[in-house]
Design a protein around this ligand. Structure first.
Ligand code: KMH
Ligand code: ZN
Length: 280
């Protein structure tokens, strides 16, 4: 692996604009963030959107407009969250695919999520995977705990490879209720991935203070990076994150130190099996 795939997850569904004023929540803020993160070295954007009151929403019209705006302004691979917020119903989460993104997330199992529960029933996961296959949308399998990798193996065995035929997982580490954001946990996942199809790639993100240990562990294990204000709102002890760009710049610096510079969006598409964008 000679380069690093850098995904930016700029918004998420958990932080409020009131608590985190630097969070991009309007379409304009999202597009500015996307352009700046792309210029720094991001190649994928993992997108959650907000309504006019900055509350998380899965409104289809807004999702379609967001996909179009990001495609118009950047070459980034647009990955919509099908996870949404913990309160979102399954039907709305499935309907996210109707917005026609390049990629969508697909979480591989239910997990406690702080005081909440992030529900991902087996039948729902199968439906998400199947619809993505049918529509040529490339999944990123979100792994919050070790057993989710076993569930992914079962999914692929029973329901076939995803669109693009390449398997890419994202280890989401350090969620209260999921696996910890430690090197040991990342290595355990790395071992479990040996049972997945050859060539499977992974990125990792550490929630909160686990962001730096997880970045370093992922790079040293041949993995890729996801960073952003969805996962981290404190840059260093006592210093709130000022922008997503600050987090992407730090990730790019780490990747360069590891002599695995950021992949361009074109290289990222080749890695992930995402088709080239259609000409406008
Ligand atoms: N907001 C979390 C409940 C995803 O985007 O697919 C789910 C999440 C995962 O962020
Ligand atoms: Zn997300």
């Amino acid at each position: 692996m000679t380069g690093t795939l850098i995904t930016v997850a700029p918004t998420g569904a958990e932080s409020s604009k009131a608590d985190v004023p630097a969070l991009p929540v309007t379409p304009e803020e999202l597009v500015v963030t996307a352009k700046e993160c792309e210029a720094l070295g991001a190649s994928v954007i993992h997108v959650h959107i907000r309504d006019d009151e900055a509350r998380p929403t899965l409104d289809l019209g807004r999702l379609r407009a967001t996909v179009a705006a990001l495609r118009g302004a950047t070459d980034l691979i647009v990955q919509l969250s099908s996870g949404g917020a913990v309160t979102d119903p399954e039907a709305d989460r499935l309907a996210v695919l109707d917005a026609g993104p390049d990629m969508a997330s697909c979480t591989m199992g239910t997990v406690n999520f702080g005081d909440d529960v992030f529900m991902n029933r087996w039948e729902f996961v199968v439906e998400l995977h199947t619809r993505m296959r049918e529509r040529g949308i490339v999944p990123e399998y979100e792994i919050f705990d070790l057993g989710h990798l076993t569930a992914l193996q079962r999914l692929l065995d029973k329901h076939g490879l995803p669109a693009g035929e390449h398997v890419h997982v994202d280890l989401v580490m350090g969620v209260p209720g999921g696996m910890p954001g430690t090197t040991e946990a990342l290595v355990a996942c790395r071992q479990a991935m040996r049972d997945l199809p050859e060539g499977t790639t992974f990125s990792a993100t550490g929630i909160g203070r686990s962001t730096i240990p997880v970045m370093l562990a992922s790079l040293s294990a041949g993995g890729h990076l996801r960073v952003g204000m969805e996962d981290t709102i404190t840059y260093a002890k006592g210093s709130p994150v000022e922008s997503n760009m600050q987090l992407v710049a730090r990730a790019v610096g780490f990747a360069q130190l590891a002599q695995r510079p950021p992949l361009t969006p074109t290289q990222a598409r080749a890695l992930l099996g995402v088709p080239a964008p259609e000409a406008p």
